[in-house]
Ligand binder design. Structure first.
Ligand code: ATP
Ligand code: MG
Length: 602
């Protein structure tokens, strides 16, 4: 492609709308333009990158035995009502764009396709003989993200590859999952990215096991905890660990003490001159279920620990049936305004005890009259602990479960693992932390959707059983930007060769110089013939501008038909290292071809 004929517009200044380097660079280099909040036009250079990523994804999915299809984006609400997700997706999280057509039918714009694919399977899979099966598509997804940001990282319209596997039983599902796990490794390796597969929370999608593929980068929105020995890596939302040992309590007898101005753990520990590990902290949450029921939850946890709200929400979801619900649609620490709705008297905030009386709650038709009391494992083992007294300005010391307070029935893992914690598999390994960009997510769904939508098959014994499913996503557009976030310098993007929009740019420094232009044209044509994807900068611009643009856009190799032409040579510059060398005119194409092939073989 000739630059003189392309839509090629670069900016010298960073656009104000962009915060992180990859977003700035993709805008500056003319890869995309913002059209609306979280909505981007993918311009020709970016479209080539996206197609290359899609092709790598496609090859690896096909190699793993999956079949490509293309599903509908307009999804009837009936399907989502069958799975029970219509409300969660349109109201609670509100992530699905929903609309009503002229006949009054409700539709959603596909944020994901479990319902649609399960409906297809219900209709078409009859017998175990048709299994296993894995179908995938590469397509635009729509999600009404509350905070779209960082360009393609969190868009409201973005490209995803999603795949869905169907198997006869759990062992089959695990095999399909394993194949996708390996395919994802291949995809990310071939795209030239540094990544880590981590244990992940299954979130609103549901199911049992799941892993995320994280591209490591400072700008990542996710925190990954891992051990040096490579045995453990998890998203912080899911991570488990051994907490630090609690310091044995110095309080031997139970008594109430005046502790003025100590509403925080830090201030209390300082006032009593004790370790936060001797304190029992009681955190209040307000939960809303999709049945409309509301519940107040008191979580008791060791003072040096924090509640992991993802774990808490998962546990509360398991209890949904008790509240005639299927999902949690709201979880918050109630602020003053929320407390006014139900508190019979001002709460002793900062001084709450695990036995905060239920009489604080003014029950209503939708509000449960008792606190649900939960205790984190770390707090179960505490002895002679310090905790609130339900009276502002006072705490108790030397308290014990079973003596002063009944131990809550539900003792769960609700704590947030954090950097420096000891690993479960080997206490000598300490958890380390890294930032990651979630590029892929693979799930073992089990029969959650097949049961809900009644997608069954007949097994060898002639019984009708629900299909066992897995689902597997890759954020194709997010991956493109993550590649930039992982690989750039002060002058611009450094694309991995495998996903660069073009592999080579040929630059004639002076377009008015006929020899330079003729040599550039000749090399450009020869590159095309050799199957190398080349750009020719034939614009009437200064050499400096051309070089700057080539670096900004990030084409892996630059061939310059400059001064060395007189010796029958051209200059070749590698973008990543800026290393430059002179190569004989008649060898340059073969050399470049070899370099590219070596890169693509990685
Ligand atoms: P996140 O936790 O980042 O919101 P998710 O868990 O909702 O993502 P999945 O439903 O697992 O995402 O979707 C599969 C993949 O699609 C993700 O791993 C990610 O790469 C990509 N993706 C999800 N949401 C977006 C978005 N808003 N913009 C771009 N890519 C996205
Ligand atoms: Mg995810």
């Amino acid at each position: 492609m000739r630059l003189s004929q392309m839509l090629f517009v670069t900016l010298r200044e960073d656009p104000a709308e962009a915060e992180i380097p990859s977003h700035k660079l993709l805008l500056r280099a003319g890869y995309m333009r913002r059209i609306g909040s979280g909505v981007y036009a993918y311009l020709p250079l970016l479209w080539r990158v996206l197609q290359k990523i899609s092709q790598i994804v496609r090859e690896e999915m096909n190699a793993a035995g999956a079949q490509e299809c293309l599903l509908n984006q307009l999804q009837p609400s009936e399907l989502w009502k069958e799975s029970g997700r219509w409300e969660t997706y349109t109201q609670a999280e509100g992530i699905m764009f929903a609309l009503t057509d002229r006949q009054g039918r409700e539709l959603g714009l596909g944020p994901t396709h479990e319902e649609v694919i399960t409906a297809v399977a219900r209709d078409m899979i009859r017998s175990y003989r048709q299994l296993p099966l894995n179908l995938y598509q590469i397509q635009t997804k729509f999600r009404d993200e509350i905070r779209p940001r960082f360009g393609l990282m969190r868009g409201r319209e973005f490209i995803m590859k999603d795949a869905y596997s169907f198997d006869v039983d759990e062992a089959g599902m695990k095999r399909s999952y394993g194949k996708m796990h390996d395919a994802y490794h291949n995809i990310l390796r071939r795209c030239g990215l540094a990544f880590r597969a981590v244990d992940a929370d299954s979130g609103a999608i549901g199911g049992s096991g799941s892993q995320e593929f994280m591209v490591l980068a400072e700008a990542g929105e996710d925190e990954v905890l891992y051990t040096e020995d490579g045995q453990y890596a998890a998203n912080v939302e899911k991570a488990v660990s051994r907490p630090a040992e609690a310091v044995p309590s110095s309080f031997k007898t139970y008594e109430k003490r005046e502790t003025p101005n100590t509403p925080t753990i830090a201030s209390l520990a300082k006032f009593l001159d004790c370790s936060p590990t001797q304190i029992l902290k009681n955190v209040l949450y307000q939960v809303t279920y999709n049945s409309g029921m509301e519940l107040l939850v008191l979580v008791s946890i060791r003072g040096d620990q924090d509640v992991n709200e993802v774990k808490l929400q998962n546990e509360l979801t398991k209890l949904a049936g008790d509240y005639k619900a299927t999902a949690v649609i709201g979880l918050k620490v109630p602020d003053a305004e929320a407390q006014q709705q139900w508190a019979t008297q001002p709460l002793p905030l900062g001084y709450i005890a695990p036995d905060l009386p239920d009489s604080y709650i003014q029950p209503s038709k939708t509000l449960v009259a008792q606190f649900l009391r939960l205790v984190d494992q770390t707090a179960v083992e505490l002895k002679n602990f310090v905790t609130g007294s339900n009276e502002s300005g006072f705490h108790v010391v030397g308290a014990n479960w079973g003596s002063q307070y009944p131990l809550p029935r539900l003792a769960l893992d609700l704590r947030k693992a954090s950097v420096g914690d000891r690993a479960l598999h080997d206490p000598s390994q300490l958890l380390q932390s890294a930032r990651g960009i979630e590029i892929g997510h693979i799930f073992q769904l089990g029969n959650k959707y097949s049961k809900a939508l009644n997608a069954t098959y007949t097994n060898e014994q002639g019984e009708e059983v629900p299909l066992m499913m897995g689902c597997y996503g890759v954020g194709v557009s997010r991956l493109a930007q993550a590649a930039v976030e992982q690989s750039y310098d002060k002058d611009g993007i450094i694309w991995p060769v495998a996903i660069a929009p073009y592999q080579v740019i040929v630059v004639a420094p002076n377009a008015a110089d006929q020899d330079q232009m003729a040599a550039a044209e000749q090399i450009y044509n020869a590159l095309n013939q050799a199957g190398v994807e080349a750009l020719l900068d034939d614009r009437e611009e200064r050499a400096g501008v051309k070089f700057k643009d080539a670096e900004l856009v990030g084409i892996p190799y630059r061939i310059v038909t400059g001064r060395s032409l007189q010796q029958g040579k051209v200059e070749v510059v590698t973008r990543a290292t800026k290393a430059s060398q002179e190569i004989q005119l008649d060898q340059v194409v073969a050399t470049i071809r070899q370099w590219i092939d070596a890169e693509l073989a990685q």
